[in-house]
Design a protein around this ligand. Structure first.
Ligand code: DGL
Length: 268
């Protein structure tokens, strides 16, 4: 298949959380066509086994390649942690992922070289952030914490709720005891908790949002490879999901930060 710069960027996630990445891409690269795939029927992935996540990631990759994407972005930290190799083996186009993007920002952000990473159990157990950060700087010390309750709390819309506050205090206590100066939000859902988390950790700790970092890396790659869309017309956005669950529209729009047009349903 011949790819050309006018083809869309394929972005995928386990559900709607990856729309935080789409939102950052739309702002940074306003002329790029984007196809989003969210596996809303099978979310959450973060508490599933590695084998299952790898199988799902392969299936989604095949689907997006059939849509003629010019680039694949793994917007899901969990899939990026355990299935990046699988995606790369199948893909005939470049692959970017949020872990690498977050790792680069982290290396630039930390001064004390003491960093906290929060994410789903699958992401934290895979040690993917530590490996990615250490590829840039081996001296950075990393303190990780799985926060499994954050995903359902965000989907419930409890972004500044006493229960979320208490949960966050509990999760963050051991990481904060290590005197970190940077905290990596290693999950698609956590940017929505940014205000609450920043308040809890205080102004001296920088929060790394990999959605923003992802948009910068994508822009750089498209420029280097001369693969930016030359058309300056209104871009096309398409959204594929595997289910439209209860309150889907409301949750999705919260992540995307704008109205979500019609979504197309994929039945495997
Ligand atoms: N998208 C996942 C991540 O970034 C969070 C939701 C899930 O567990 O599937 O890790």
């Amino acid at each position: 298949m011949q790819h050309n710069p006018g083809h869309p960027i394929g972005v995928f996630d386990s559900g709607v959380g990856g729309l935080t990445v789409v939102r950052a891409l739309m702002e940074r690269l306003p002329f790029e066509n984007i196809i989003y795939f969210g596996d809303t029927a099978r979310v959450p992935y973060g508490i599933k086994s590695t084998e299952t996540i790898i199988g799902y990631a392969g299936q989604i990759t095949e689907f997006l390649l059939q849509q003629n994407v010019k680039l694949l972005i793994i917007a899901c930290n969990t899939m990026a942690s355990v299935a990046r190799q699988t995606v790369e083996q199948i893909a005939s186009v470049p692959v970017l992922d949020v872990i690498e993007a977050g790792a680069r920002s982290t290396v630039g952000a930390t001064k004390t070289k003491s960093v906290g990473v929060i994410g789903t159990p699958a992401t934290i157990n895979s040690n993917s952030y530590a490996r990615a950060i250490h590829r840039h700087d081996r001296d950075i010390r990393i303190f990780s914490q799985a926060c499994p309750l954050f995903v359902p709390l965000v989907e419930e819309g409890w972004l500044d709720h006493p229960v979320t506050r208490l949960t966050a205090q509990e999760y963050l206590a051991p990481v904060l005891a290590e005197h970190i100066d940077t905290l990596v939000l290693g999950c698609t859902h956590y940017p929505l908790l940014k205000a609450l988390l920043q308040e809890l950790v205080g102004p001296a700790i920088s929060l790394v949002d990999s959605a923003e970092a992802m948009a910068d890396i994508t822009a750089a790659l498209l420029e280097e490879t001369s693969f930016a869309n030359p058309s300056q017309g209104a871009p096309q956005y398409r959204y594929y999901v595997t289910d439209v669950p209860l309150r889907f529209q409301m949750i999705a729009e919260r992540f995307l930060g704008r109205t979500l047009p019609k979504v197309e349903i994929v039945k495997w």
